[in-house]
Design a protein around this ligand. Structure first.
Ligand SMILES: [Zn+2]
Length: 306
């Protein structure tokens, strides 16, 4: 898996076909008619597209393709690392690095809950201090399209097949937000952006929740690395962004480089907590408001956290 030579492009049917070729048969599930007297329908595909047998309308049996989960997520993490590194090399070549499985005690990124990816200042360290970590990323990418065994073009997109890939899965979104909440509960995460990386858009019913997770500062952005996730249908199925700005579709490597630059150079700080209003007012009144605005903000945060 480590010798994969990626075409350094955003996610596309060509990249996904490459994944399937490397992972092999394990990607495919068997879908077959269960009616004893029919038995006319059987196919090997990544996902099922039908809810019933096309011949007898009977039930279909779909074998769950568990064996593909680990190799697919390994492939997508390696892919995402390469693409992110290529994008940040445009502005930070030789100074910032994208690494997989980053561990940091101070940020609760330990054991199996390490950061899938992180942009870091020091390369090749087993564990890092919070000061070495610039951006933390959670990768929620998967097979987006349906493929039939032996065919070299996708047969359907995620609106047409029965699978729920990447950001279209609400359980994946909840897990990513939960991981962000644990990360944000550490004091040292205050200035470190947290991104969720996917390869398809979220469900429409989840737009407001993602916008809320971003507005509250738990997550800085949900992004998709797939410019064209849908094969047909109305453009609303492929949103550029959500109205609250929580989700963004990346359309080119240049756009990714510019986006990551804005995240890396951002001067944001996370302030989430419940504060007693009287105490807050008193701290504001006592605040020394002289000097540059950033310094005033730092003094206020320091007073708030005391
Ligand atoms: Zn049948």
């Amino acid at each position: 898996m480590h010798s994969i030579l990626f075409l350094l492009t955003l996610w596309s049917p060509e990249v996904e076909r490459d994944l399937i070729a490397k992972v092999g048969e394990k990607c495919f599930t068997t879908i077959e008619c269960t009616t004893a007297e029919c038995g006319k329908f059987k196919e090997r595909a990544v996902f099922s597209e039908k809810s019933a047998c096309p011949h007898c309308k009977g039930k279909l049996r779909v074998q769950v393709a568990q064996a593909r989960n680990v190799p697919v997520s390994t492939f997508t993490e390696i892919y995402a690392r390469e693409v992110m590194q290529a994008a940040i090399d445009k502005y930070y070549k030789g100074t910032l690095f994208v690494e997989r499985g980053v561990q940091c005690d101070e940020l609760s990124l330990t054991g199996g809950s390490g950061a899938d990816l992180a942009i870091v200042k020091r390369q090749g360290q087993a564990t890092l201090n919070a000061e070495d970590i610039v951006v933390v990323m959670e990768v929620k990418m998967s097979l987006v399209w349906n493929w039939k065994l032996g065919e070299d073009k996708p047969s359907s997109d995620f609106y047409q097949h029965n699978g729920r890939p990447s950001l279209s899965r609400t359980d994946s979104l909840l897990k990513a937000i939960g991981k962000g909440a644990i990360f944000r509960s550490t004091e040292k995460s205050r200035r470190i952006p947290y991104l969720v990386i996917g390869n398809c858009p979220p469900p429409e019913g989840y737009y407001a929740k993602l916008d809320g997770a971003v507005r509250s500062g738990l997550v800085q952005k949900f992004i998709s690395l797939t410019p064209k996730p849908v094969l047909s249908g109305p453009p609303m199925r492929n949103p550029k962004e959500t109205s609250g700005g929580g989700f963004l579709r990346i359309d080119s490597m240049d756009e990714l480089a510019t986006f990551l630059k804005s995240v890396i150079d951002g001067k944001g700080v996370y302030l989430g907590r419940m504060v007693d209003r009287k105490e807050l007012g008193e701290k504001l009144k006592a605040l020394d408001s002289n000097g540059p605005s950033e310094e005033v903000a730092d003094r206020f945060i320091e007073a708030l956290l005391k």
